[in-house]
Design a protein around this ligand. Structure first.
Ligand SMILES: Nc1ncnc2c1ncn2[C@@H]1O[C@H](COP(=O)(O)OP(=O)(O)OP(=O)(O)O)[C@@H](O)[C@H]1O
Ligand SMILES: [Zn+2]
Length: 695
């Protein structure tokens, strides 16, 4: 076959769950990174020109469109490549996350303005908005018709004028700002030191340079809080990106992000992979938070991808936390990141004084979950009209429903766990893993006994009941994902707390994250030991982080704060460091433990988990896979072993762990084996590089 001169055969990366590279023919010149539309089976897909070489085969299909405005830079392509190479997620699956709403690539990219002849449209359209706003409100078809009937002029995005006034920083904060580097910088600042304000000053320079800034947050509820903080200084469009956006909002924000119309984007984990028009910096707030690790689907760590992206796109990446993750602390020690420290709280605020309460002594004469000193402190705070926060890391009312007559315990039919008892919003037995629910039985289903039904393990609802018993007139607010289910409900509750419509807050981890309640001066930790016995290499680290963050909510303005930690392990070194706000000491000690046991961050860990509904088959394939791995002096293979919760959501899981030195490319070793390994389609294989979930 002979080809004409400017015919190119190229490889296009398509957003499908596989390797994703396919050959196409182009009769017009294309460049690497061009966003092109092609037909694929019965569909038309947008993809990226990945290589200017393809495979010559008969009947190659041709490229139908080249996107006139959006193109992947070589740096962005290098980032996507590394992302796939490191996480072992196929490139095609990664591209699906770059263009999660591909149809917006078909929309006009310029910003349309109404002309006089558009008056008809204006009558219906309440504001001369952007194309995305019209589509958002009226639907694409209707707006397309208006555009056809009227004469619209398009203007360039960058002509949009917005103002960004800078926060006034303290000298301490100013010197932190000056030390932010061009690559990855870690801002380690104690709670309430003004990390957010420093960050808000930093992003002004990026916005002024007409580039986009992405602010990653670990929890959807923090998006709104960030938007409010940004709005104090910025008048332009703020983009939002998270999984709870409605279909319409996804399109609206997706279009603004892709076209560069939003200069500042606040988003959860998945925002790190989006195709931006012109990304200039990434900020990762509360970088230590485990929520950055995707738990299902393609498994990646949002913070790590942010660092990769910053590195490849040669833009600053700012990691912020009061409690650095051990991984980041180690990277700081290795001089991989610039390190900026904010060691004072803003204004006159001081870190809270921490009282330790020994449960072995305090509880000896009572069944109450709140010890006498904490109870007295709550009463005193209530009298002074200051807010208090009680933290307990257990949702619902109780964690076990048991019959003492016959020994029956309510268990989940889908997972090997006990069901929790909930009374809010209504009485139920519920599984915290799969969401299974059933109404609370009146009698024991086994022996029909009524007398000896008992509840074990108090959750936040029980604590609420107890507080009400000794402070009946206090306005109590419960904060957990069951009670404030949607981001809107949660944001409403958070603003009520800020407006002091509540006296006492009782919450789970939801309250630990970055909230600023000016009148909150007392924090009580109900069960300080809750994670000390977990069989997880990060449980100590996570416990320190969550307690430090919760305690950090107290005394953030003029009135000094105090905290009470109830624990039965008062001598534990973790509490000694926590009491003295001595995070360095804790991190050093934790690092030496990790080194001693050869755990991350000193080594790389990869988990390979088979799951399926037939336990034998799952086990069998896990064994076969293990045998396929050749002996290699740098790789230690552990397992296969059943997962701790087995089954989970009716699926059995067996797991293999691979451990290797960090400088050994374990991904290549795994890829080689998996390329020649097939298994029945009713099994799933989950590959997790740097796993965080050990259940
Ligand atoms: N330079 C400043 N000017 C005015 N207010 C400031 C300044 N710095 C900090 N603040 C105020 O102090 C409080 C704490 O600041 P900020 O939320 O930025 O701290 P943070 O270090 O991000 O806190 P955390 O890690 O606990 O979430 C906020 O109410 C903030 O508005
Ligand atoms: Zn379950």
């Amino acid at each position: 076959m002979t080809f004409q001169k400017n015919i190119q055969i190229i490889s296009v990366l398509l957003p499908i769950h596989s390797k994703g590279l396919f050959s196409y023919i182009s009769y017009v010149p294309v460049e690497l990174g061009n966003c092109v539309k092609v037909s694929f089976g019965s569909k038309h897909l947008w993809g990226i020109v990945w290589s200017l070489q393809g495979i010559k085969v008969p009947n190659l299909k041709e490229i139908t469109h080249i996107h006139p405005h959006w193109k992947a830079s070589s740096n962005f392509m290098a980032f996507l490549h590394q992302c796939s190479d490191y996480t072992l997620i196929p490139l095609g699956s990664i591209l699906r996350m770059v263009f999660p709403v591909p149809e917006i690539l078909d929309w006009p990219f310029s910003w349309l303005k109404c002309e006089h002849s558009f008056s008809y449209a204006l009558q219906e359209c309440p504001w001369p908005g952007t194309f995305a706003q019209w589509v958002f409100s009226y639907g694409l078809q209707r707006v397309k018709k208006w555009i056809e009937n009227a004469h619209l002029t398009s203007t360039e995005m960058n002509q949009y004028s917005s103002r960004y006034s800078c926060p006034i920083l303290t000298p301490h904060q100013q010197s932190a700002l000056k030390n932010i580097g061009n690559q990855t910088t870690f801002i380690e600042g104690i709670t309430g030191s003004g990390k957010t304000e420093v960050c808000l000053s930093f992003i002004k320079s990026i916005v002024d340079a007409k580039k986009q800034v992405l602010i990653l947050v670990p929890e959807i509820s923090l998006c709104q809080q960030w938007v409010q903080r940004i709005e104090r200084y910025y008048t332009g469009t703020i983009g939002i990106w998270h999984s709870e956006l409605s279909e319409k909002s996804r399109k609206f924000h997706g279009w603004n992000i892709l076209t560069g119309h939003s200069s500042i984007i606040v988003g959860a984990r998945s925002a790190v992979l989006l195709g931006y028009k012109n990304l200039g910096a990434i900020v990762v707030d509360e970088e230590h938070d485990g929520s950055y690790k995707q738990a299902e689907g393609p498994l990646y760590h949002g913070r790590d991808m942010a660092v990769f992206r910053g590195h490849h796109e040669k833009i600053p990446c700012l990691l912020m936390s009061a409690t650095p993750s051990l991984e980041s602390y180690w990277n700081i020690e290795q001089n991989r990141y610039s390190h900026v420290v904010l060691s004072e709280r803003y204004g006159d605020a001081q870190l809270p004084y921490i009282h330790m309460l020994d449960l072995k002594q305090e509880h000896s004469s009572s069944t109450s979950m709140i010890t006498l000193p904490l109870r007295e402190a709550l009463k005193e705070n209530f009298t002074k009209k200051e807010q208090s926060l009680l933290f307990i890391n257990r949702r619902g009312y109780a964690s076990l429903w048991v019959c003492y007559q016959c020994g029956f315990r309510a268990a989940c039919p889908n997972c090997s766990v006990w069901l929790s008892v909930h009374h809010l919003p209504k009485s139920l037995l519920m599984c915290h893993y799969c969401g299974f629910k059933k109404s609370l039985p009146q009698a024991c289903p086994e022996c029909c006994g009524l007398e000896n039904l008992k509840l074990w393990g108090a959750g936040i609802e029980k604590i609420g009941q107890e507080v009400h018993s000794f402070l009946p007139s206090a306005r109590i607010c419960m904060l957990s994902s069951d009670i404030c289910g949607t981001p809107i409900q949660l944001n409403e509750t958070l603003s009520k707390i800020q407006n002091q419509q509540y006296d006492i807050l009782i919450g789970t981890q939801l309250v630990a994250k970055g909230h600023h309640f000016p009148n909150l001066t007392l924090v009580g930790i109900i069960d300080g030991d809750f994670a000390l016995s977990h069989l997880d290499l990060r449980s100590g680290e996570r416990l320190y982080q969550v307690l430090c963050q919760v305690i950090g909510r107290a005394g953030r303005e003029k009135i000094p704060g105090k905290a009470y930690i109830q624990t039965s392990q008062i001598q534990h070194p973790l509490f000694c460091h926590l009491k003295h706000h001595h995070i360095q000491g804790f991190l050093q000690e934790e690092l030496s433990t990790r080194k001693k046991y050869n755990f991350p961050p000193y080594v790389r860990l990869v988990s390979l988990t088979f799951s399926g509904t037939e336990e034998n088959l799952v086990h069998q394939y896990a064994l076969i896979l293990k045998q396929r791995f050749p002996m290699e002096p740098f790789v230690e293979i552990l397992g296969p072993a059943p997962s701790l919760i087995n089954p989970l959501r009716r699926r059995w899981r067996w797991r293999i762990f691979l451990k290797s030195p960090k400088n050994y490319k374990i991904q290549n070793y795994i890829r080689k084996v998996l390329n020649n390994f097939t298994f029945p389609s009713r099994l799933r294989l989950h590959i997790d590089v740097d796993p965080y979930d050990f259940l």
